[in-house]
Design a protein around this ligand. Structure first.
Ligand SMILES: O=C(O)CCC(=O)C(=O)O
Ligand SMILES: [Fe+2]
Length: 350
């Protein structure tokens, strides 16, 4: 528990082991949000009132997923209060829980299904060459069952109710977005239902202020291993998430009440490379803590992942071979920091 960066961020000099080699440091410039150059914001028209045309929304989603692999959605149908309450409870959990409650959540065992830890989720903090400036709470959040719910934090007291409701609504939204993607790709209704989107994991992140943001990272450059991620950013004013586009880091400036959506590697494979799992990272800042909550929609371990047959033809040859999701997932941790290698084993030659 003494490893938690939320407990150590005030130490001076900066705690050892968080300074990255010069070639992966964010540097000074990258920390400044590029306000005119951000990812698309798409109005889903699900809050009632004037909505954009459905076909227009499909086009926007497809275009954003092809070009950026990332977009934000507004008027997504999830109430602002529920999102705010979720963030408020996470803030309370990371910042205010007494030591004994934090200690009961903390674990270095990667096989524990609900746990609080620092840096990466692999459970090998002591072997990491450099640590990332974040604490994270991870647990499954679908399918929701009594058994699963009992693993969640007991405090703050409303955590289970509120995060349970938020997970249910985010899952519904994920399905709607997947349905629109399926329509845009020409895959027909329900393509992403079932085993391919069977599970969902919550990964809540806390990035405390950092005295030297130019030397460290909240999270390294990576693509998400799952099908699709829906991310809630904590505070309207604190940015930190950046997406790599054409060799440049673009800040995902938090947009009021928006949710960030990004394409995971499995969606890239199923779409035969049409949709892009974009690389992203998290930078820190010296003045404010940042909170984010990623809802990772994932296939079941045995689900067969392969390019959709209808997307393969003479001008679009099959790019990846089929594989059970677990073959991908169990190796994913080993490719940390080497994003170019992640899909290598599944590519078809020539
Ligand atoms: O904190 C964020 O904004 C992004 C987190 C993220 O990329 C991840 O958990 O995979
Ligand atoms: Fe990510």
């Amino acid at each position: 528990m003494e490893k938690l960066i939320s407990r150590r961020y005030k130490e001076r000099p900066m705690p050892e082991g968080y300074i990255f080699p010069p070639d992966v440091r964010p540097g000074k410039l990258a920390v400044v949000p590029l306000c005119n150059n951000t990812i698309p914001v798409i109005d889903l028209g699900l809050d009632g009132g004037g909505a954009a045309q459905a076909c227009d929304i499909v086009d926007q989603i497809l275009e954003a997923s092809q070009e950026f692999g990332f977009f934000q959605v507004i008027k997504h149908g999830i109430s602002e209060n529920l999102l705010k309450e979720t963030v408020g409870l996470l803030k309370e959990l990371f910042q205010e829980l007494p030591d004994e409650d934090i200690a009961s959540l903390y674990s270095d065992d990667p096989n524990k299904s609900c746990r609080l830890f620092t840096s990466t989720s692999g459970g090998n903090f002591d072997a990491e060459p450099v640590h990332f400036w974040r604490d994270s709470l991870k647990h499954p959040c679908h399918p929701l069952s009594q058994e699963c719910n009992q693993l969640w934090p007991e405090k703050p007291t409303r955590y289970r109710d509120v995060v349970g409701e938020c997970s249910t609504q985010v899952r519904e939204l994920a399905w709607k977005i997947l349905e629109l993607m399926s329509q845009g790709l020409g895959l027909g209704p329900g393509y992403f239902r079932g085993e391919v989107s069977q599970e969902m994991l919550l990964s809540a992140n806390y990035y405390p202020p950092c005295p030297e943001p130019s030397l460290t990272l909240g999270l390294p450059k990576h693509g998400d291993p799952n099908l699709i991620t829906i991310l809630l950013q904590g505070d309207d004013h604190v940015s930190g998430l950046q997406v790599l586009k054409d060799g440049e880091w673009i800040s995902v400036v938090p947009f009021p009440h928006a949710l960030v959506v990004n394409v995971g590697y499995q969606l890239q494979v199923i779409s035969n490379g049409k949709l892009k799992s974009a690389e992203h990272r998290v930078v820190t800042n010296s003045s404010a803590a940042r909170i984010s909550a990623g809802f990772f929609v994932m296939p079941s371990h045995d689900c067969l992942i392969e390019p959709a047959a209808t997307l393969i033809n003479a001008s679009n040859p099959q790019l990846y071979k089929g594989f059970p999701y677990k073959d991908f997932f169990l190796n994913f941790g080993k490719t940390l920091g080497k994003t170019e290698q992640v899909l290598d084993r599944f590519k078809l030659q020539g």
